[in-house]
Design a protein around this ligand. Structure first.
Ligand code: ADP
Ligand code: MG
Length: 268
């Protein structure tokens, strides 16, 4: 990868106002370019919902924000700090793995399949990272973990193992775990897609509450009613590009692009 392609122009960085600034991001897997120049800003406390067909690059985009994927071009900054790079003098240096891990603690991510540690209780799942990644005391991490489990409605299941919890409960534990590091932003990748229909709402309600409380969120979902409720901005992606973006009202009521209209006519 050419580092030069990731060097932001001074004018671009000075114009930075969003909490998340994604600028002309490109990403290929082999010969296939799956992100073809994505530019997106999420304001502090804002909620961006990304929708689009399978394979359009939604997960890859989320993963670049978290530096789980390196970009091939463009750059991303979170709260004014470049993801994956450090500016020293006039030059850009790739962060070392240790610093990438540290940077990642500022970004919470919730996946489709919960990804809880199976041999840890709910509370241990939530309290582990603050001890390991942030050097908090075990007692403090447990106290805060219980608070967070309470916030997602699971204080009474603190000692349950993931296999003893429903999918909806596991996903709520995963959300509490993501919150435990006090991230600047939370990323959700289809958080309800693996759930039985009757369990979807208990998870969406927790995310709604986070949205109301001013947490900055980027959410990939196929739940269009929910998107309409919580989004400040709805982003429609297709084939590695943002085809259209706007308020829920604009995008759902009067989409301008044929591809957006065609997508919504299939999903709603
Ligand atoms: P979405 O989340 O919108 O369904 P993805 O970001 O998962 O889309 O995938 C976009 C495209 O990139 C797809 O064609 C997918 O097959 C491809 N892709 C994703 N991850 C990889 C990978 N690690 N290696 C190769 N191809 C990948
Ligand atoms: Mg995906």
């Amino acid at each position: 990868m050419s580092i030069a392609t990731a060097v932001p122009h001074a004018a671009e960085t000075q114009a930075t106002r969003g909490l998340v600034e994604i600028t002309k991001v490109r990403k290929s897997f082999g010969a296939t370019e799956v992100l073809k120049g994505i530019t997106l800003t999420v304001e502090p406390g804002g909620v961006a919902v990304i929708v689009g067909p399978s394979g359009s690059g939604k997960s890859t985009l989320l993963r670049t924000i978290n530096h789980l994927e390196k970009v091939d071009g463009g750059h991303i900054s979170i709260d004014g700090t470049l993801v994956g790079y450090q500016v020293r003098g006039q030059r850009l240096h790739e962060l070392r793995e240790k610093d990438i891990l540290k940077q990642r603690t500022e970004i919470g991510m919730v996946f489709q399949n919960f990804n809880l540690f199976p041999h840890f209780t709910a509370l241990e799942n939530v309290a582990e990272a603050p001890v390991v990644a942030q050097g908090r005391s075990k007692a403090e991490a447990r106290r805060r973990g219980l608070e967070l489990l309470d916030r997602v409605g699971l204080k009474d299941r603190a000692d349950a193992y993931p296999r003893q919890l429903s999918g909806g409960q596991q996903q709520r534990v995963a959300i509490a775990r993501a919150l435990a590091l006090d991230p600047k932003i939370l990323l959700f990748d289809e958080p309800t897609s693996a759930l039985d229909p009757e369990l979807v709402n208990e998870v969406l309600d927790v995310i709604r509450e986070l949205a109301k409380s001013g947490t900055t969120l980027v959410i990939v979902t196929h739940e269009m009613g929910f998107a309409r409720d919580v989004a400040d901005t709805v982003v429609f992606m297709d084939q590695g590009q943002i085809v259209e973006q706007g308020s829920p009202q604009q995008i759902f009521t009067s989409p301008q692009e044929p591809r957006t209209r065609s997508f919504f006519s299939k999903v709603t």
